[in-house]
Design a protein around this ligand. Structure first.
Ligand code: NI
Length: 158
């Protein structure tokens, strides 16, 4: 187990399309364990493997109840819309105004290769979309309407 360094969006790894996971082995388990520790340490709600320099389709999402490990995830269904502030551990100190679906359902494999579905609303739906985008090399700053000022961010947090 260990903390991994989170790369900034200036790193080319953040702009590549990641490859599917094919081997559900000890190397994957170590990556997932390290990503969990790194996510908990960061105070964020989600982390994608390319953010720690691994170009594989792996993301972690903290739903508030548990940390979901999503391997080879795809978006199955979305509904509604939300517009709000969004940040990224790879884009330090900035927040943008991003439109996302209010609800999202994903399909993914767990660390043993078994397929499952997970769904969420509000922040969890936003996080599913944000993290899955990372696997295709997309950062929220490429899909946001604009960056938020400090004052606007504070108004959202009230
Ligand atoms: Ni991010």
């Amino acid at each position: 187990m260990g903390l991994r360094r989170i790369l900034s969006d200036k790193n080319p790894a953040l702009h590549k399309v990641c490859k599917p996971v094919e081997n559900f082995d000890n190397k994957l388990f170590r990556l997932l364990d390290d990503m969990r520790e790194t996510l908990l340490d960061s105070g964020g709600v989600g982390l994608a493997a390319p953010q720690v320099g691994i170009l594989r389709r792996v993301v972690l999402v903290d739903t508030g109840e548990e940390i979901l490990e999503l391997i080879n995830p795809t978006l199955l269904e979305t509904d509604g819309e939300q517009e709000g502030p969004e940040g990224c551990l790879s884009v330090e100190g900035k927040y943008g105004l991003v439109k996302r679906p209010y609800y999202a359902k994903v399909r993914a494999q767990d660390r043993n290769g078994n397929w499952f579905e997970a769904e969420g609303e509000e922040l969890t739906a936003r996080c599913f979309c944000h993290e899955l985008d990372h696997l295709d090399g997309i950062i929220y700053t490429q899909v946001m309407e604009r960056l938020l000022t400090e004052e606007e961010l504070m108004a959202f947090q009230e």
